[in-house]
Design a protein. Structure first.
Length: 169
């Protein structure tokens, strides 16, 4: 009988420790003013961002519609917002200009991670960090870029971009 009580006690302790959610930090991103902690997100949301990167690198811009919501908003480093169609048009124009001037702009995805504010309600924030490099006949410029994606049910809802120039000395 003592052994049974001992085994039940250890089993209960084990399962109670296993079910605790790990969270860290804080954020005030909520609409209702509630302060939330960050939880680990999922690989599925990181995979959406990897798909975004693959489509951009391959210049498969129309495929982006499959991973963006119809009302998605993209905010650039200068603070201006655009729709997905505006983003596609900007990329097509930039590609044409780069080709005409024999210049290149490469974005190299360095890392991505996903965090979730409330695992019970859905929606994850994915940060993707890029090293970007522009080159033409006269100059080379590099910068770091962080893109924060908000993803719900496999669709990108928002993208916010932040850049930092790399100064060559």
């Amino acid at each position: 009988m003592k052994n049974l009580i001992y085994i039940l006690g250890i089993t209960t302790l084990f399962f109670s420790c296993e079910n605790q959610e790990r969270s860290v930090g804080f954020t005030n991103w909520s609409d209702d003013g509630t302060q939330y902690k960050f939880h680990l997100g999922t690989e599925a949301s990181v995979d959406i961002v990897k798909s975004f990167d693959k489509m951009i690198v391959g210049k498969n811009y129309d495929e982006l519609r499959s991973i963006f919501s119809d009302t998605a908003v993209l905010t650039f480093q200068n603070g201006y917002d655009s729709s997905l169609q505006d983003f596609i048009n900007m990329n097509l124009g930039r590609d044409s200009t780069l080709l005409a001037t024999n210049a290149t702009l490469k974005w190299d995805l360095q890392r991505a991670f996903s965090v979730d504010l409330d695992p019970k309600s859905g929606g994850e924030h994915v940060c993707a960090s890029y090293l970007a490099k522009y080159q033409d006949k006269e100059q080379t410029n590099s910068f770091n870029a962080d893109l924060w994606f908000y993803i719900i049910d496999g669709k990108i809802i928002t993208v916010n971009q932040y850049n930092q120039d790399i100064i060559d000395e």
